[in-house]
Design a protein around this ligand. Structure first.
Ligand code: DX5
Ligand code: ZN
Length: 221
């Protein structure tokens, strides 16, 4: 089976018991912790920062932490997240004045780097930086909130990005974020995604393992 990563978005976790809830979702079979950072400026919501990332590491969370920055400006928070234990840092090109510089900064800090494309962001922003990307993250909702519905046009966009990645010959992950559920994950994978963020679909259910197992079963088809 292809190497697929399931990355629960802890935006939908129980913030009052975050360490336990993250440990529980990893024990249930999740691969990656998707960590949504919102600043009430670039997006209309406010969440968690580097201190919470560090707290998860101190609590004993060893899994890959995928920090999705929805903040503006981007650069000054990058070193803090690297120190706090982030493995992958992604950001929105609209939020950085110097995208190439920000990608370089993330790499210098020892993290993998990725760009996040909003539903209306054109693929042209990938031109000239493909060689610096470890991940391309396509938003299938407008960023800011969990629990929104998958925007169907994202499937075509995924196919186009998959083609670009394949043509580049580089090992770039194609991550999808927003409205991913058991009943649509298969067609999302068929369109080219190989890393799946899912927040409400997992954390709204009492049995995380059951949901993750169902997702993997869909991906095995
Ligand atoms: C939205 C966030 C997502 C979100 C996904 O801005 O980036 O990671 O939490 O949540 P669901 O899976 O509920 O759409
Ligand atoms: Zn996210």
């Amino acid at each position: 089976m292809k190497d697929f990563l399931i990355a629960p978005s802890i935006l939908s976790a129980d913030f009052a018991r975050l360490g336990d809830d993250v440990a529980k979702v990893l024990a249930a079979g999740a691969d990656v912790v998707h960590f949504d950072v919102m600043d009430n400026h670039y997006v209309p919501n406010l969440t968690i920062g580097p201190m919470v990332c560090q707290a998860l590491r101190d609590f004993g969370i060893k899994a890959m932490i995928d920090v999705h920055l929805m903040v503006k400006p981007v650069d000054r928070i990058v070193p803090d997240f690297a120190k706090a234990g982030a493995n992958l840092i992604t950001f929105h090109p609209e939020a950085s004045d110097h995208v190439d510089r920000t990608l370089g900064l993330i790499k210098e800090q020892g993290c993998q780097a990725g760009l996040v494309l909003n539903p209306a962001t054109p693929l042209s922003c990938l031109e000239y930086v493909m060689d610096k990307l470890d991940v391309i993250l396509l938003m299938s909702v407008n960023p800011g909130f969990g629990g929104q519905s998958f925007i169907p046009g994202t499937l075509d966009k995924l196919r186009q990005v998959r083609r670009l990645i394949d043509e580049s010959g580089r090992d770039i992950r194609l991550e999808i974020d927003g409205g991913v559920k058991v009943d649509n994950i298969r067609e999302i994978a068929q369109a080219g995604a190989d890393m799946f963020v899912a927040g409400s679909a997992i954390f709204s259910q009492p049995d995380y393992k059951a949901v993750i197992d169902q997702m993997r079963a869909e991906l095995a088809h």
